[in-house]
Design a protein around this ligand. Structure first.
Ligand code: ATP
Length: 285
């Protein structure tokens, strides 16, 4: 099932509907066209055109909107190795040189494999969550340590060095695109930028369907639950908040099964027949 990195091929059975991402089909297909189309070109076409595969993308937007979900699914779609996910603040280290060393280590496996196998290497994906944490100190007068500067410089040198490393894809994520150092966003670096916004009503409907699909399959969702209504009522909810809403509705349903006067306080027959109903969702909002 291994694919050479240079030509990572989209999984043949890949379907957006199976990914568990609600409402972001337009964004996903735009990312695909702008960032990964070259990876499914017929052999030799990339060289003929004299282009290079996109090495990095930036997903930005409010918290809990599915950026991490998308980043992980990109890896699956491209048949890549399990991505390395690092958190911006985790990279920073108070000891001089240690933060740069952390960045160097991140690329170590990919570099080693590329040295050994060249274009036959698998694709390595490195996901930077909270990328802004690394960048915001760069050039800042308040930053006596200069750590931010050198970390970004190290990252830039790795990105530029990736020229010869065709087996690395960087996915940066942030809620604050304005904080990201411009130098990181230039062509050849994190060059494809995609905003992942709060879901609209259609998106919310898809997300609610995803998060209630188990209940629905197992007949635990009451017939009075109307997904269109919930989608209309959950305006401004992020995907993560919708996930929380479903969980909270479940606890309201569970609470109905805790009866005063029963031995253990729990109505076990009630639990067996428990259904999550419309009112549970309304209570949870
Ligand atoms: P942050 O900026 O806080 O890191 P994020 O944009 O990376 O957030 P995720 O970690 O992808 O958000 O989302 C958190 C959880 O919310 C997911 O694990 C999933 O359960 C749910 N979720 C968010 N967006 C969606 C979506 N579009 N479809 C389905 N579930 C979603």
């Amino acid at each position: 099932n291994k694919r050479p990195a240079a030509n990572s091929i989209i999984q043949p059975n890949f379907k957006f509907e199976d990914m568990g991402i609600g409402g972001l089909d337009t964004e996903f297909s735009a990312i695909f066209r702008r960032a990964f189309a070259s990876r499914i070109f017929p052999p030799g076409l990339v060289e003929k055109l004299g282009i290079q595969h996109v090495k990095g993308i930036l997903l930005f937007g409010p918290p809990g909107t599915g950026k991490t979900l998308i980043a992980r699914q990109i890896g699956k779609m491209l048949n890549a190795r399990e991505p390395k996910i690092v958190n911006g603040p985790e990279i920073l280290n108070k000891y001089v040189g240690q933060s740069e060393e952390n960045i160097r280590k991140l690329f170590g496996d990919a570099e080693k494999e590329y040295k050994e196998k060249g274009e036959e290497s698998e694709l390595h994906i490195i996901i930077f969550d909270e990328l802004d944490a690394i960048c915001k100190q760069r050039g800042s007068k308040n930053d006596g340590t200069g750590v931010g500067d050198s970390v970004v410089n190290q990252l830039l040198s790795k990105l530029d060095g990736v020229d010869q490393l065709n087996n690395v894809l960087i996915i940066g994520m942030t809620n604050r695109k304005d904080m990201i150092d411009e130098a990181l966003l230039r062509p050849g670096r994190l060059e494809v930028h995609m905003e992942i916004s709060l879901p609209d009503e259609y998106g919310r409907k898809q997300i609610i369907k995803i998060h209630t699909s188990k209940m629905s399959q197992n007949n635990v969702l009451d017939d009075d639950v109307d997904i269109d209504e919930l989608a209309a009522l959950s305006k401004n909810f992020s995907g993560a908040e919708i996930n929380g809403l479903v969980k909270s509705a479940t606890s309201f349903a569970f609470n109905r099964c805790i009866k005063v006067g029963t031995m253990a306080g729990i109505d076990s027959e009630g639990l067996q027949n428990m259904k999550v109903n419309r009112q549970d969702f309304l209570n949870a909002m």
